[in-house]
Design a protein around this ligand. Structure first.
Ligand code: CTP
Length: 345
């Protein structure tokens, strides 16, 4: 079957992308950035909890949480909640989206049929490269197994590999998915190094720091409130604690996402102007080129997602262990069928 390719990149059109977006991980953010670059605006359909239950298994994050996470991604133009699980040409037309974009994996419905069969037939399907080594299934597996094999040591040179720095630069781009925007720093025993420069000099900045594990809606609401409470033009700099510091504080299995994954999640958020990897409590912003402003972070009170934390999310999985183990089995079975469909395409 013929596939439209990235050659359409210059077409200034509205792009449709849809999915579950359960835990808004960096694979999802990467999908939205790539989809955004295919057109001029990005409409993101998010499936309902019920549709996902029927076609894939139980969600961990509920619709309102998944919608907020997608909505606060820098590359999203508009979120469309309750989008049908099998991509609908009618819904795409309603939002004036000529093309739907999806990763280079196959997604099937409860009957084992390709969710994009119709749009592929109509040549309204664009494909981008799926981000390797991250999925909702992987994150649930880490929770169920209490593994910490994914952790990265704070002094790892791996963060300097060109492909890693390139990925930081990609996630640091502006709303068009291309222009430089945010900055990325790394704290080492020698001082602070710049990994990605970003586009902006700034007269003032405020720092908020934390683990930002699973980058959930409580984290995002906190960053939103921090950003809106600062004077116009103030940069929001987010310090991210090392895996070993989070582990020491929270226990062996934490963090569920390693520092690289957490940094990419924070970086794609539209309220964030810079991230500092391996930041320590008490870090002074004057150590980088910003002039620090004042932000009383203790005054930030969450409202909508005040009861959400990484512990609450992990508890959702562990207290329904059997249900999620069954979800994992079903997802693995579906993958076998999806691989077969892919091989025949
Ligand atoms: N996606 C991606 N890279 C990943 C994970 C997802 O590019 N590592 C893309 C998918 O190809 C899809 C979009 O993100 O275009 C939304 O995916 P989703 O519906 O949430 O489901 P999955 O592909 O099953 O993602 P996950 O395995 O994380 O549940």
């Amino acid at each position: 079957m013929e596939r439209r390719t990235l050659a359409l990149m210059s077409d200034p059109t509205k792009i449709w992308v849809d999915g579950c977006f359960d835990f808004f991980h960096h694979g999802h953010a990467g999908a939205l950035r790539q989809a955004r670059k295919l057109g001029s605006q990005l409409y993101v359909g998010v499936h309902s909890d019920e549709a996902i239950l029927k076609n894939k298994g139980p969600v961990v994050m509920h619709l309102d949480e998944r919608v907020y996470a997608v909505d606060t991604c820098r590359w999203t133009t508009q979120v469309v909640p309750n989008a049908p699980y099998v991509t609908s040409v009618q819904v795409m037309d309603e939002y004036d989206c000529k093309y739907v974009a999806h990763g280079d994996d196959i997604t099937t419905d409860a009957d084992g049929n390709d969710c994009y069969a119709e749009v592929k037939q109509l040549h309204r399907f664009l494909e981008f490269k799926r981000t390797p080594n991250i999925s909702t299934t992987d994150l649930i597996a880490r929770m169920l197994s209490s593994s910490c094999a994914h952790h990265i040591p704070a002094d790892s040179t791996w963060l300097h590999e060109p492909s890693v720095v390139d990925q930081f630069a990609a996630y640091a781009t502006a709303a068009n998915g291309t222009d430089p925007f945010a900055a990325v720093y790394n704290c080492t025993s020698q001082g602070v190094e710049v990994l990605v420069r970003g586009d902006h000099a700034s007269n003032s900045a405020v720092l908020v720091s934390g683990a930002f594990d699973l980058f959930h809606c409580g984290d995002i609401e906190y960053l939103e409130k921090a950003k809106v409470s600062t004077p116009m033009g103030t940069k929001l700099v987010v310090g991210i604690y090392s895996d070993s510091d989070v582990q020491r504080e929270k226990g062996k299995n934490y963090p569920i996402m390693n520092i690289y994954e957490r940094a990419l999640c924070v970086l794609q958020c539209k309220y964030v102007d810079a991230v500092i990897l391996n930041c320590k409590p008490g870090f002074d912003l004057a150590d980088i080129h910003f002039l620090p402003g004042q932000l009383n972070v203790d005054s930030i009170r969450l409202t909508t997602f005040k009861n959400l934390s990484s512990d609450v999310i992990i508890k959702r999985v562990l207290s329904n262990r059997e249900q999620y183990e069954e979800r994992q089995r079903r997802k693995n079975m579906k993958s076998i069928n999806e691989e077969k469909i892919k091989a025949h395409n």
